[in-house]
Design a protein around this ligand. Structure first.
Ligand SMILES: [Zn+2]
Length: 342
């Protein structure tokens, strides 16, 4: 949908839209109300350069300034990319320091929202771009000083990287942390190992096991290590199915989730109770029921699904926007062992 290419400032000036971010993971969106206070859908609000003036961002806050003839000079925005179908450049601005801008946005009927709470509500493309904006601005905020010598850094290439002001060879690039997430199939191929780490506060949810890939570790090695650490289960065969960007990762980091299928060598569990609230084998029938009742728009029950909410199932699985949902579905809809098709 988007791509980056060498910066051409004059081209950005001709056509540009801005996404405003405040207080880290919040973003500016328009969420129509149902009348009962709840919201079911919405869209990210993109501002034209001239609309920024209405928010006090032009010639007042010092973030942007306007020159003659409607042209403008960019000061702090970061470049997200260019839309190939219409040539519009898209940029993000962190307006956290500007309370007046946030108030002006509210007066226009807009709201700064947490990205996680918007997951079921706004289109996937908007989420993708907003996630990129949040992650990139978070990275800039966390890298104002050089990690090698401690001097201040400055954004260059429209926010594509930061450079040390003391030594030009000290450069920092936006980082993405790889995380593996895996469904572990039992030895007979009819059960899946799901769990809930203590860090996941949603009572009743069971999901695929996951963990950060360590330095020098392959994806497959990470799967075997994490499954052993969390569930005490030995894993043999590992297959990589796909991946999902996750710019709203733990601790404000940008992650990429790498989805895997793993085959257990032994079904005996030795659960790490310090790390995990629950780990258990789930049957294919249970997984199919959980999938049937999972709804991306089930906001009222926080995506739990009717089967859990009504007590027919003692767990629920992540909704459709999570890669774990698709791993569970890929496994549950396969009659035999998932690995039999390889
Ligand atoms: Zn330095």
């Amino acid at each position: 949908m988007q791509f980056r290419q060498p910066l051409q400032r004059h081209a950005i000036q001709a056509t540009a839209e801005f996404l405003l971010i405040a207080e880290g993971r919040s973003l500016c969106v328009s969420l129509p109300s149902n009348g009962d206070g709840s919201s079911q859908s919405g869209n990210v609000k993109w501002f034209s350069p001239h609309e920024l003036g209405d928010l006090g961002l032009v010639n007042h806050s010092g973030v942007l300034s306007v020159g003659g003839g409607g042209s403008f000079q960019l000061v702090h925005p970061v470049l997200l990319g260019k839309l190939p179908h219409n040539g519009i450049w898209r940029l993000a601005l962190d307006v956290s320091p500007s309370k007046s801008t946030q108030d002006a946005a509210k007066n226009q009927g807009l709201a700064f929202q947490d990205l996680r709470s918007l997951l079921p509500l706004i289109p996937a493309e908007d989420l993708s771009i907003a996630g990129q904006a949040v992650a990139l601005l978070q990275w800039h905020k966390a890298n104002e000083y050089c990690g090698r010598c401690g001097a201040r850094t400055t954004p260059v290439e429209m926010g594509g990287r930061r450079q040390c002001t003391s030594d030009k060879s000290h450069r920092a690039y936006p980082r993405t942390d790889p995380v593996m997430i895996t469904l572990v199939e039992s030895t007979d191929g009819q059960r899946a190992l799901l769990g809930r780490p203590k860090s996941l506060s949603r009572r009743g949810v069971l999901t695929c096991l996951s963990g950060f890939i360590e330095q020098g570790e392959s994806i497959e090695e990470c799967v075997r290590r994490e499954v052993m650490e969390e569930a005490g289960v030995s894993v043999g065969q590992v297959a990589v199915l796909g991946s999902q960007p996750w710019p709203i990762g733990r601790g404000g980091t940008c992650e990429v989730m790498i989805g895997c299928m793993a085959k257990a060598l032994d079904d005996t569990l030795h659960v790490n109770e310090e790390e995990m609230d629950a780990v258990r084998w789930v049957t294919k029938q249970e997984a199919q029921t959980a999938i049937q009742h999972s709804s991306v728009n089930d906001v009222a029950s926080s995506g739990q699904g009717a089967a859990f909410a009504e007590g027919h199932l003692d767990f629920f699985i992540p909704p459709k926007w999570a890669i774990a949902h698709h791993l569970i579905k890929a496994w549950a809809t396969q009659g035999d062992s998932w690995f039999s098709k390889l």
